[in-house]
Design a protein around this ligand. Structure first.
Ligand SMILES: [Ca+2]
Length: 538
């Protein structure tokens, strides 16, 4: 392993040097889109020389950190105010590189071109992959010096530790699940139905929402259930003791269930197939975009929605739900209880993403990056990176109560400037603080954020016992297996594949294409590191 690490690092260095030499003659203008963004490490000397003492407080020039993330967060004059604030107060210039899609591939391309950003917001798998290639800087000797950051991460330093080294900071989402289900209570009232709790009751409600004209417009224009993609079917699969991911569940008898091939999963899929066949599920669940999902909900095209916890609130805030559905009464409910008492949402690993440190980082940049992340875990820092500038975008009274202007002021800050979304520079989630603030408002969006949060706190999920186990086999086969798992699951639900006759063949192909190698390697790694003696049930 060590030899491999050195070899790859040497290769990367070589690539970097080559590009940097080329960059001296031709790379200059193509890499600079505005006066502030110097996107390569090498230009730092020049930046220093060229920039006069623009900042008042800091003693030296700001340290520029290039930061990579995938996403579509707005970057505009408003978000620039956050960048300016951090430059002036922390002496750090956050040079954000945001790509809309295919983040992993685009980052790989940048790295190959010798342009590894200083900080990278990555998935856990991506992080481990690069760590194993020796691409990142070890910060294990430093993290203890950053008290806020250290307190934020706590025990989860373990999750990002590889052979004693720490190469990134985990972004944490400490809830059992991120999913909730929303229901149109006004439709239930229109039809004289009670709030459903069991799977049977959910099914009855879906049927009535589909066939009994719940919106009373005399037209057959509604579905019982919708969710934006296969993953959200976890709420219904949870009633069978199964879920919508390739997870592994520990049973009471010390055996481990392999969800993707379990009988419970098969039963759940069969049930979903029946609902789908009867027409209770909106057939666009597997094809609609996130925007389309919001629009369908806001037009009243379905009455039960398993979704990301913030989406029902967002529909009010950003998709005009209140105006489009003036009689709408949206409530958040727990997933259905199955015949054997199962009731779970999709499990969420507490480590949502990792902020990784470039292997080419200077000690000065490393220090600045840790200071920035430490700031992001303080209350002041989180407010700034999430909402913007105090007394412009939000105001705090003496009791610590927040007024968040643009959430309540027609999307304007205190000065009447339009604000769309300020979260660009938020690298670390801090749900306890965020929810504290979100739930303070009395508008319908805030009320839904609040009740969704409560539902999440009450909700259960079956833990994926191998959430932090990664093996060579996993790295090799996981992506292909995920594709196979999802595609086949969808085909079984839609009836394109016959679950009665083709299930066994699906199972054996799943195992032979890498599933068996992956799960056996993960079991061995888990048993070894935990001193357990678990076996697979199926
Ligand atoms: Ca209707």
């Amino acid at each position: 392993m060590k030899a491999k690490v050195k070899k790859v690092l040497a290769l990367l260095l070589c690539v970097l040097l080559t590009v940097s030499v080329a960059g001296c003659s031709s790379g200059e203008d193509s890499s600079q889109t505005d006066s502030n963004s110097s996107s390569t490490n090498e230009s730092k000397g020049e930046t220093k020389a060229n920039e006069s003492a623009e900042t008042e407080e800091s003693t030296g020039d700001p340290v520029t950190l290039t930061i990579f993330r995938e996403g579509t967060r707005p970057m505009n004059e408003k978000t620039d105010t956050v960048r300016d604030y951090v430059r002036e107060n922390l002496g750090i210039d956050m040079d954000m590189i945001q790509v809309a899609e295919n983040g992993a591939q685009q980052l790989a391309l940048m790295i190959t071109n010798g342009e590894m950003p200083d900080l990278m917001l990555l998935s856990f798998d991506n992080y481990l992959d690069y760590v194993n290639q020796g691409a990142f800087t070890d910060i294990s000797a430093d993290v203890g010096n950053y008290e806020n950051l250290d307190a934020y991460v706590g025990d989860y330093w373990d999750s990002v530790t590889v052979d004693g080294g720490i190469y990134g900071v985990p972004s944490l989402l400490p809830y059992a699940t991120n999913h909730v289900s929303a229901i149109r209570k006004d439709w239930l009232d229109n039809l004289g139905l009670d709030m459903p709790t069991t799977l049977e009751e959910w099914e009855d409600v879906m049927r009535a929402f589909t066939f009994d004209d719940p919106d009373g417009n005399g037209e057959d224009d509604t579905y019982g259930f919708f969710c934006n993609g296969f993953t959200y079917l976890g709420s219904i699969l949870g009633a069978f003791g199964a879920t919508s991911d390739q997870f592994y569940f520990l049973n009471d008898d010390d055996t481990i269930t392999t969800n993707a091939i379990s009988d419970e999963y098969r039963q759940g899929l069969t049930y979903l197939r029946d609902l789908y066949k009867e027409g209770l599920i909106d057939p666009e669940i597997f094809t609609a975009s996130s925007d389309q999902a919001y629009q369908k909900w806001s037009r009243g095209q379905f009455g039960l929605w398993t979704c990301w916890w913030s989406e029902p609130g967002n529909a009010y805030l950003r998709y005009g739900f209140e105006e489009l559905q003036p009689d709408g009464d949206v409530q958040i409910i727990q997933p259905p209880i199955g015949q054997d008492g199962w009731q779970d949402n999709l499990y969420a690993t507490p480590v949502n993403a990792v902020v990784a440190f470039s292997g080419f980082m200077t000690p000065e940049k490393k220090e600045a990056a840790l200071r920035l992340l430490d700031f992001g875990t303080t209350r002041e820092g989180f407010y700034t990176l999430m909402w913007g500038i105090e007394n412009v975008d939000y105001e705090t009274d003496e009791d610590g109560n927040i007024t968040w202007y643009w959430g309540v002021n027609n999307g304007m800050d205190r000065n009447g400037v339009e604000v769309t979304d300020m979260e660009l520079y938020k690298l670390l989630y801090n749900e306890p603080i965020q929810r504290e603030v979100d739930s303070m408002g009395t508008d319908l969006a805030s009320v839904l954020y609040g009740t969704a949060t409560e539902a999440q706190e009450e909700s259960t999920s079956r833990e994926n016992i191998f959430a932090f186990v990664r093996t060579d086999a996993y790295m090799e086969y996981h992506t292909e297996l995920e594709k196979y798992f999802q595609e086949n699951s969808i085909r079984f639900i839609m009836g394109e594949k016959d679950i009665e006759t083709e299930w066994e063949q699906y199972k054996s192909e799943y195992l032979s294409m890498g599933g068996e190698a992956v799960r056996q390697s993960m079991l061995a790694a888990y048993n070894e590191s935990h001193g357990t003696d678990y076996t697979f049930r199926e």
